[in-house]
Ligand binder design. Structure first.
Ligand SMILES: *Cc1c(COP(=O)(O)O)cnc(C)c1O
Length: 352
């Protein structure tokens, strides 16, 4: 090894799902929304002109912050926006997890958490889910440097209720507790109202899934003003202009179309429910999902083999090979009814 090599920060990066780009493929591997964004977004895009890009964007992204604050009946100083919730979560890790004690999160969860912890050199300890993929509240009652988990959890799809979250908050008054609500709009109840009672609670959401805007990159955090201010101070110490002008404008348009949001999320939920029935008929089992994906295993066939077979039919689902506990599971995103019909038909062929 050369001397300079020892000075390189070595990290094992997060591996996102594949982004194949084939005609007629059915892409059910990264939990994108099968429906296009609101027509208000389309219109806002048409209304944009390239000349406005001469100037720096508003570093505070105030228009977007205000639109989100209005939507959730918050003050503007209770909202932080970033380049997808990945950016927001990374900023939150950097801002809030600064203890010698380990932060806590589940062993089966969003696989970016341990990557950020390693990158920022934050000690962490994973807490095993039980055999039904439930979080054990008692695991989060010990001393720690902070707590984070998604609700519903990913990739399990399992939702906890607000009493459960409040139980965790009551045991963790001295650290920041982050709830990653990337999938909350598909049937869960948001813990947002709890920020009034628990000033150490941060809620993180995204436009990527329920608002059909994964390609635009908008995420946001909501919490008390002191938390938001602290995140802003870190952000301005790193890169002031994270939100570009187009994203701000299109994001405002997206959040203003509540009717379209309701319509598409209800369609995804309806498709999910009928897909659950049909997957069960085919011999799959899974915990009840409250997200836009189903995390399923089959009693007679290996997940890896099903995954490979589906790929030959241009159907992409997600398979996590590295975590031993979930090696025989597939995460199947909810597409349109038609896409799910094709998936079921192809599975039927394979499994007979
Ligand atoms: C998709 C996802 C995110 C990140 O989404 P962005 O596209 O960066 O907003 C964060 N957390 C979980 C659990 C997710 O599944």
């Amino acid at each position: 090894m050369k001397a300079w090599e020892s000075k390189i920060r070595k990290v094992v990066p997060y591996v996102p799902g594949e982004q194949p780009n084939q005609k007629n493929m059915i892409k059910l591997n990264t939990n994108e929304n099968p429906y296009p964004p609101s027509l208000l977004v389309e219109q806002a895009k048409v209304d944009m002109d390239a000349a406005s890009l001469r100037l720096y964007p508003d570093p505070a992204a105030s228009e977007l912050v205000k639109a989100i604050a209005d939507r959730y009946e918050l003050e503007e100083n209770q909202v932080f926006v970033g380049v997808g919730s990945d950016d927001v979560l990374a900023m939150a890790f950097l801002t809030f997890f600064n203890s010698d004690k380990p932060i806590l999160f589940p062993d089966i969860t969003y696989s970016f958490y341990d990557v950020w912890a390693e990158l920022f050199r934050i000690p962490y300890q994973v807490q095993p889910l039980d055999e039904n993929f439930r979080i054990q509240a008692s695991d989060y009652a010990k001393e720690n440097g902070g707590v984070i988990f998604p609700n519903p959890n990913a990739p399990t799809g399992v939702l906890v209720d607000l009493d459960f979250i409040e139980g965790i908050l009551k045991k963790n008054t001295d650290v920041i507790v982050i709830i990653d609500e990337a999938y909350i709009d598909f049937g869960g109840v948001s813990a947002l109202p709890l920020i009034k009672k628990y000033e150490n609670l941060l809620i993180v959401q995204t436009f990527s899934k329920s608002r059909s805007l994964a390609g635009l990159r908008i995420g946001y955090a909501m919490g008390n003003a002191a938390l938001i201010q602290a995140m802003q101070d870190v952000k301005y110490s790193f890169n002031s202009y994270t939100m570009n002008l187009f994203t701000i404008r299109l994001g405002v348009a997206a959040i203003q179309d509540q009717a379209y949001f309701e319509k598409t999320r209800e369609k995804v939920i309806a498709t999910r429910e009928r897909t659950k029935v049909r997957l069960k008929e085919l011999g799959f089992s899974f915990q009840d999902s409250m997200t836009n994906f189903i995390f399923a295993t089959h009693k007679n066939y290996l997940a890896k083999d099903i995954f490979e077979y589906l790929k030959t039919k241009q159907i992409y689902v997600r398979y996590f090979s590295s975590n031993l506990r979930i090696q025989n599971y597939l995460r199947i995103s909810i597409g349109t009814d038609q896409e799910m019909d094709t998936l079921i038909a192809v599975l039927k062929e394979y499994l007979r």
